[in-house]
Design a protein around this ligand. Structure first.
Ligand code: UDP
Ligand code: MN
Length: 266
């Protein structure tokens, strides 16, 4: 068993679809590393079955039932529910290193070289480039780091109410420290770049490694025309969303028993 793994998270079946497509994208580019998905009890059994078929491990995390420290921190900071779930990746101590990928990312080209980086490596956020975007990051599982993150979160909260604010405060030397921990933007191209600097996207786009569909434009929420097999989306996003849907149609949909309409976004 490999001691390094990709890790993603799904707390419901919608994000579960994202995780499935993400895992297929890793297969498509021939990644040598296994993928692990963290889920919460709200993920349905039907979805778990799909995830188990594709992921090396499906790990159920129930923040309320885990450690006392987590429980207490959660009570103090109920708004950080999903954030606490994400930092559970530090508990995957059966691995020496992990690369976390949001379930709304898509790996376009092989990027196994990410495992050569150290904690905490991540790409700049387009909104505030002195912060890293927490949709893609290299980390080192450690019970101690997990517990420090929980303590930090319960004492200080998160300046943006989510995991990105928390992780940027905790790993605050990222902005000014070791430049090797700055991943090229190509490893986490967020959809905001699609319209904010289009010439750069056109110039560098062929080297794009990972797309990240941040914000409200989640691929699985787009209108899809089944007759033409094309996604209906704003032009600047269409090619990237089409990639996601091509993979979904070819690899995931064909094997789903459940109708898409039954999958609720909760
Ligand atoms: N997530 C989840 N359920 C939710 C919201 C988020 O499982 O209801 C997970 C999922 O892996 C997602 C990540 O947390 O990709 C971060 O949330 P999101 O991608 O929606 O935030 P954004 O990247 O748009 O800021
Ligand atoms: Mn995301």
């Amino acid at each position: 068993m490999s001691n390094q793994a990709w890790v993603t998270l799904a707390t419901n079946d919608s994000y579960g679809l994202g995780a499935l497509v993400l895992a297929h994208s890793l297969r498509r580019v021939g990644s040598a590393y296994p993928a692990v998905v963290l889920i919460t009890p709200s993920v349905t059994e039907a979805m778990r079955e799909r995830l188990r078929a594709l992921f090396a491990e499906v790990v159920v995390v129930n923040v309320l039932d885990s450690q006392d420290a987590t429980h207490l921190a959660l009570l103090q900071r109920p708004e950080l529910g999903i954030t606490f779930t994400k930092i559970h990746c530090w508990n995957l101590t059966q691995y020496e290193k992990g690369v976390f990928l949001d379930a709304d990312t898509l790996v376009v080209q092989n990027c196994d070289e990410l495992f050569e980086r150290e904690e905490l490596s991540a790409a700049p956020d387009v909104g505030w480039p002195d912060c890293f975007n927490s949709g893609v990051f290299v980390f080192k599982p450690s019970a101690e780091t997990f517990s420090n993150l929980i303590t930090f979160a319960s004492e200080r909260g998160s300046f943006d109410g989510g995991d990105q604010g928390l992780l940027n405060s905790y790993f605050s030397d990222w902005a000014h420290g070791d430049i090797k921990k700055h991943l090229p933007f190509l490893y986490n191209v967020t959809s905001a770049a699609f319209y904010s600097y289009l010439p750069a996207l056109k110039h560098f786009g062929q080297n794009l490694k990972i797309i990240h569909f941040i914000g409200a434009v989640k691929p699985w929420l787009q209108q899809f025309n089944w007759a033409s097999r094309s996604v209906e989306a704003p032009e600047h996003l269409r090619d990237f969303l089409q990639l996601w849907w091509d993979l979904f149609v070819a690899q995931v949909h064909a094997q789903l028993d459940t109708n898409m309409d039954n999958i609720e976004d909760d």
